[in-house]
Design a binder for this molecule. Sequence first.
Ligand SMILES: [Zn+2]
Length: 409
Amino acid sequence: MKKTNCRMCKSSNIQKFLDLGFSALADNFLTLKQLEESETFFPLTVNTCQNCGLCQLGYVVPPELMFNQDYPYDSSTTKTGRDHFTKMGIEICEKFELEQNSLIIDVGSNAGVLLDAFKSKKMRVLGIEPSSKLANIAIKKGIDSIIDFFSGKLIKKILNEYGKVSVITGTNVFAHIDDLDDFMKTADSLLVEDGLIVIEAPYLVNLLENLEYDTIYHEHLSYLSVKPMIKFCQKFDFEIFDIEEQSIHGGTLRYFIGRKNKRKITNNVSNYLELETKKEIYSRKRLENFANSVKHHRKILMELLHDLKKDGKKIVAISAPAKGNTLLNYCKIDSEILSYVTERNPLKIGTFTPGMHIPVYSDEKLLEDQPDYALILAWNFSDEIIKNNSNFQENGGKFIIPTPEPKIV
Ligand SMILES: [Zn+2]
């Protein structure tokens, strides 16, 4: 469905600045049998709201097509991810001195890594997760989870069965939600008076500065920044009272949101607003420059890969995150260039990448086969991937980190 107005301020004054063509759904890894069926490609464009500054996709794919039982993202796959969420849970408990047995809800709770941390601090926890496969992993670990999308229709059930909520967390989920008004109204109904919403989402400034255009895919409906977020929260009598920067996913902001006038607003909030002005992220010219840099990036990455192929080198990719599929689809990197992709997530091994149909094997294949080059698609975990595969490098293999500019290490 084409999006004709701004998700946050509802203005219809929105303008397209980036067009990544048509792309298959980034997490729809295909089975061998599915390769024989038709695959749907959706437009992948980004607009900016001239009124509040929000960047959002021009086309919204129905969430049921993306976040279903086959959804393969498991935030516990990487140690970096596990450590991040464990630390986050503990930090929130300590920073706000939460009382034991406070109820914490994690929206998009995945396999329950963040809630595990809250549980270790003696909190009551509830996950909301539409993917039954992932929710069941959490349930098996003893984490109550409702297999559904977070929406107003769950309010009664949650209040009746669990009571009022102290903290609602959403990591990499707020930007996935089309109806954000419903999210805020639902949170408002569930939260205790001094309750908190803690949101983590990749930061638009980092996306633009570091050319992280591959983080643009259909699951990510909004590309968040502080200015539109502040205005949006005000609509619901909430306010952002603190912001912290986290290094995960190439630069993420953690927004602390509470009801108006309940807490002192830290300088961090105004500092980020100043940064956004300085970086001119709301100027049309800056966004057009970004779009030009994206085109240039595709050109130099493809020249590098084609040159290596001309020299007879065997290239594969290591790690198959959703973002990798934006890169592969936009640059048209297919199985003629990459022989295969390796991955640790068992839900992806044995499948084919969406759109480009490159086979996915387990990481062990990299050492057995010892190709010449391995393109790191999950560049945000480059350090961990290189460390885990030091044997590949010792045997003469080289890694290619694609972003912000292609680099061989
Ligand atoms: Zn707007």
